[in-house]
Design a protein around this ligand. Structure first.
Ligand SMILES: Cc1cc2nc3c(=O)[nH]c(=O)nc-3n(C[C@H](O)[C@H](O)[C@H](O)COP(=O)(O)OP(=O)(O)OC[C@H]3O[C@@H](n4cnc5c(N)ncnc54)[C@H](O)[C@@H]3O)c2cc1C
Length: 310
């Protein structure tokens, strides 16, 4: 890969990246996708996806991610495991430095999504991997018949809470606001689970243990009262920070670290696009990430053919 020059280089093997790869390959472009971890992106960890348009029966997150990948590979996408660590976007072709060397491409699509945001409370780092987790599908089975809590009120938090009911004795959803942010259907599903209970207007102040996690210190925001909630597992689902650390200085980023784009997902650098959760104002759904990947690949194709926008 190192000494090749590509028409399109995609950073990130999630829904946005594979959708971009499918469209770029079908446009006849020599396309490579780089993924630093497991192919599939965040959705590969979702127990069940019920809101992907056209799949009325629902599908497991893993199967959806596999189908997105296989569809792109069928049309010639080259998918490589490598972490992108630096970029030079003003050069022509652009230079992308990875964990296994540098490569060049005429266009780049950033589709690196985000990583889970930490709570930032005392004890969290110490107990990560010893009770504190960000992935119920990965770590849920460790908490068989034990009490766990999920922090957050969005789709991901409730999806994780429902996943955990298969293992834990009880699942407490802790959310700082009075209203949950998750989709109505997901809220109804979670409320129907006898093991799930809700602690609203409540924050986690610290986590405690004796080598393994034993409790979360929670504060009731209405009364200010603090108490210990005994839990063996604490799943933090309060959002994702975009994977753009290596882009500082190479591209303008907004306050939250997302990449600003126009309606064609063009960034400030010509021939450089951003798709999915990594970009500013993403709706953070699989369907919108896939749509972004498609838009970015079409925009890259037109850029390479000097066609401008339709
Ligand atoms: C548990 C869970 C349940 C969810 N349920 C749903 C649902 O039911 N419906 C729904 O629509 N959405 C759901 N989502 C959200 C959905 O998964 C995301 O919106 C979607 O995956 C975003 O896609 P993406 O391609 O933008 O980014 P991601 O899925 O985050 O993929 C980005 C990829 O880029 C890679 N990467 C990052 N930086 C680099 C780098 N420097 N070099 C190489 N590779 C890099 C990452 O490792 C990752 O694999 C859920 C998310 C979670 C976590």
């Amino acid at each position: 890969m190192a000494d090749q020059s590509w028409d399109v280089l995609i950073v990130g093997g999630g829904p946005a990246g594979f959708a971009a790869g499918l469209y770029a390959c079908r446009a006849g472009l020599r396309t490579v996708l780089l993924e630093k971890a497991t192919f599939g992106g965040q959705i590969a960890n979702a127990e069940r996806v019920e809101n992907y348009p056209g799949l009325a029966e629902g599908i497991s997150g893993y199967d959806l991610s596999l189908q997105l990948r296989q569809h792109a590979l069928k049309y010639g996408l080259r998918a490589v495991t490598a972490e992108v660590t630096a970029v030079a976007l003003r050069e022509d072709p652009k230079v992308v430095t990875t964990s296994s060397g540098a490569t060049r491409a005429r266009t780049v699509i950033f589709a690196g999504g985000g990583d889970p945001q930490p709570l930032g409370v005392p004890g969290e780092a110490k107990y990560t991997g010893k009770g504190v987790s960000t992935c119920a599908t990965c770590d849920g089975p460790l908490f068989q018949d034990q009490p766990v809590a999920v922090v957050g009120g969005g789709d991901t938090a409730l999806d994780e809470a429902i996943t955990l009911t298969a293992y834990a004795s009880s699942v407490t959803v802790i959310h700082r606001r009075r209203e949950l942010r998750a989709a109505h259907a997901l809220q109804e599903k979670a409320r129907a689970e006898p093991k799930v209970q809700f602690l609203l207007e409540t924050t986690v102040q610290a986590v405690r243990g004796d080598g393994l996690l034993q409790a979360a210190v929670v504060q009731d925001l209405a009364t200010g009262e603090e108490r210990e909630l005994p839990v063996a597992g604490l799943f933090v689902c309060i959002g994702h920070a975009p994977n753009t650390g290596y882009l500082a200085g190479a591209l303008p980023l907004d306050k939250g670290g997302h990449i600003p784009v126009n309606l064609w997902l063009e960034t400030a650098a010509p021939g450089v696009f951003a798709a999915g959760e990594i970009r500013q104002h993403s709706a953070k759904q699989v369907a919108t990430a896939v749509g972004d990947g498609v838009t970015a690949a079409i925009a890259a194709t037109r850029y390479l053919r000097s066609e401008g926008h339709p």
